[in-house]
Design a protein around this ligand. Structure first.
Ligand code: FAD
Length: 311
């Protein structure tokens, strides 16, 4: 038996905890993930660490890989359904040094932890057009690239020129847009487990007022259609070919259907909302009910867009 097998998982976590603290990370034990997800659902992360900048993040990923401790990279938690029993291992959030946004010619270089709202506002102030459609998507740049987030006919992948990444072992890597292999709500990161550190977005000069008006228009349309007054993780299902998930769910009479504290939104049937105190188990039961009903009544299989993580 080698020394790794003798170590308890707790011992490995304690080592990582010390290492993270020495790297200047903010470290918390048993941090409730319900505080970090827009669904406001999720049990405790064994170890919750906020990495201040790229070098610390790289060494932390390397140390976790070496100790075979699982890592979940957290953006803004707006596309996550976290288990009630929490997340094993390490959850890594991105701190101030990974949230910067700067201009380079007609490009923006954005840290993966920057909220999309900060990127859109920055682009508007700089009179750079091309990311207006992302206004109102409550994610971070890294989460948006990982998911190839999109709305109103645009996808972030269409604006990405290149990405700076870390491999699961913490080694730096650059990828072009083509290498990121963006497709509907998919990117190479989902397959190779790499972490987005920063992204170069190619934009075009525009008029600040026009950019502002376009952003406001998108946001008004969101407010009209989406149940923004309740915690949720946005559209639960991927768009099935030739259909809209929300329309199919509504057609099956499922609007307002509840499981515990989780309900199919009355406003937009593609959303599941947390009416108060919903558990992950409630949401999963509701998802199964929706999938079975829609399959029986329409023959269409709905696949989850929301990512289920944890134990
Ligand atoms: C009200 C509402 C409206 C929404 N509208 C839209 C919409 O119009 N279009 C749309 O596409 N989505 C929408 N979403 C879903 C969500 O906002 C997007 O998927 C968003 O891109 C997720 O980003 P995040 O930072 O919150 O990622 P998280 O939810 O934190 O994480 C999602 C996945 O990305 C991974 N990840 C996060 N950061 C990184 C990183 N730096 N490197 C590698 N992996 C990373 C995580 O590990 C996880 O697997 C909506 C959600 C809500 C709640």
């Amino acid at each position: 038996m080698n020394h790794k097998e003798k170590e308890t998982p707790l011992r490995r976590l304690e080592e990582l905890e010390r290492l993270a603290a020495a790297e200047g990370c903010e470290v918390r034990r048993e941090e409730p993930m319900s505080r970090h997800t827009t669904f406001q659902i999720g049990g405790p992360a064994d170890l919750f660490v906020t990495a201040p900048e790229e070098a610390a993040l790289s060494r932390l990923l390397a140390a976790a890989a070496e100790r075979e401790v699982p890592v979940l990279l957290l953006g803004n938690g707006s596309n996550l359904l976290v288990s009630d029993r929490g997340v094993p291992g390490l959850v890594v959030a991105l701190g101030a040094g990974l949230r910067t946004v700067r201009r380079e010619g007609n490009r923006l270089v954005a840290g993966a932890g920057a909220p999309l709202s900060a990127v859109c506002s920055f682009a508007r102030r700089e009179a750079l057009s091309g990311v207006e459609f992302l206004w109102g998507v409550p994610g971070s740049v890294g989460g948006a690239v990982f998911m190839n987030a999109g709305a109103y006919g645009g996808e972030i992948g269409q604006r990405v020129e290149r990405c700076r990444l870390l491999t699961p072992c913490g080694a730096p890597q650059e990828k072009s847009c083509a290498e990121m292999a963006f497709s509907y709500r998919e990117s190479a990161c989902q397959r190779d487990g790499s972490t987005v550190v920063s992204v170069t977005l190619a934009l075009a000069p525009g008029e600040e007022e026009e950019i502002h008006a376009q952003m406001e228009d998108y946001f008004r349309r969101r407010k009209e259609k989406q149940p923004l007054e309740y915690p949720s993780a946005g559209s639960v299902f991927r768009r099935p070919a030739g259909h809209f998930a929300g329309a199919l769910i509504e057609q099956c009479g499922l609007k307002g259907r509840r499981c515990g504290g989780a309900a199919v939104s009355e406003k937009h049937a593609g959303f599941i909302v947390n009416l108060g105190g919903a558990s992950c188990a409630d949401v999963l039961r509701l998802i199964s009910l929706i999938q079975e009903t829609v399959r029986e009544q329409t023959g269409v299989s709905l696949e989850c867009e929301v990512r289920r993580v944890g134990r």
